[in-house]
Design a protein around this ligand. Sequence first.
Ligand SMILES: Cc1cc2nc3c(=O)[nH]c(=O)nc-3n(C[C@H](O)[C@H](O)[C@H](O)COP(=O)(O)OP(=O)(O)OC[C@H]3O[C@@H](n4cnc5c(N)ncnc54)[C@H](O)[C@@H]3O)c2cc1C
Length: 422
Amino acid sequence: MSSSSTPRVIIIGGGIIGAASAYHLTRRGASVTLLEREALGAGASSGNAGLIAVGHPPLPKPGVTWQAFKWMFDSTSPLYIPPRFRPDLIRWLWQFNKASKPEFFQRSMKVLAALGRAAVDSFDEILEVENVAAETNYHRGGQIEVFRTERGRDGCRAEGDELRRLGFEIEELDQSQLREREPGYQDDVLGAVVWTDSAFADPRAFTLALLRCAQRDGATVHAEQPIESIVAGQGHFTGVRLPDGSVMEADALILAAGIWTTQLARAIGINVPMQPAKGYHVELSAPPVNVKMAGVLKETFVAINPMGGGLRLAGTLEFSGLDDQVRHERLNALVEGARKYIRGIDECKRLTEWFGYRPCTADGLPVIGRAPQYENVFIGTGHAMMGFGLGPITGKMLAELVMDGTTSTPLAPALSPGRFAR
Ligand SMILES: Cc1cc2nc3c(=O)[nH]c(=O)nc-3n(C[C@H](O)[C@H](O)[C@H](O)COP(=O)(O)OP(=O)(O)OC[C@H]3O[C@@H](n4cnc5c(N)ncnc54)[C@H](O)[C@@H]3O)c2cc1C
């Protein structure tokens, strides 16, 4: 797909992957049109926890299936699967269970570790050129995982050993070291680990900044512009059909439509099976002593990120399909989960409540690459809980695939969209 020197590229989706693709493509001189169905910065890429968690495990991991089964009947648990029969979900869970086996998990960890290293570098690469670190609240230098129990500490240490084996650095803080660094935690919090190679930011601000820079460099960005379908045949993409029936033509397509990628791809014969994992956030006004570092409250799985002068609490995985129902008990569980760790949560006002869908593959790995059977369709999706952190490197790789046919960072075959071909 590098025959024309100024290829016309359509990107479907204005989330972090679409935004990063637009940014890198325009810098390479492509003529880019990005189409986003909603307002810019409205989807999963805006409301997530903003953690750029490097080297962290995928969803399917040893022991998780049994844990999920135990949580199945508790709608306030961190992972919730409503107990009702859905053949697509059952098929997905079957594959998920296979991917949770230790050998598969170890292979996935290696793939994600390599991608994670490149991911942080790709944030740095953008921030070296664009003066957006302050407006996006970008912090390099680690994220924290705070534990209240001995069991939590053991869990953090075990994860830490795994990450060290992969070459990452971890710092453990005892109770007094944590208190010195982060005085906002409750007295009975036992300590924390700092994942030194990780980072955090305000994901909406970052996504919008990338879109703005892409527009400055010549990209056309249409918000509230859904596409009805992809026009393609005989292995070749020619355009996208808009709701008024007109066709917008281009030389290449980047499909970065989050969980909605599955149905758009299926219509042109590409199989990218995913399940939406709904997650929520609650934004609070700042507690009396706000936390400084974003991270995770270990035992409750609540992610925290100080942003916009307040505190975002995010989490929960709900496999209930694309059902837009807000389960208030899950929003409340986030606040309950944070209260145990952070002082003064009861004094905070609830500013916003939000939910979004993580696009999840059953094998826990992202989907990045050229679509099978199509010479000029490229897919970036399936990033589950890691899409904000991995979005910029995915966008860069997709841009390179369009422009050069190859990527400067090796792209593991395990990430290929072709792995689902039937
Ligand atoms: C509660 C929660 C917490 C999370 N925390 C983190 C975290 O800390 N760190 C992390 O790395 N990741 C996190 N994630 C995951 C992350 O948010 C996602 O993986 C990532 O945002 C996915 O980005 P995307 O660009 O693939 O998809 P999206 O952000 O979903 O963007 C896809 C876009 O495509 C648009 N679209 C769909 N169909 C069409 C169409 N037909 N026409 C035009 N546009 C269309 C949609 O409107 C959407 O805006 C979290 C997710 C949730 C829900």
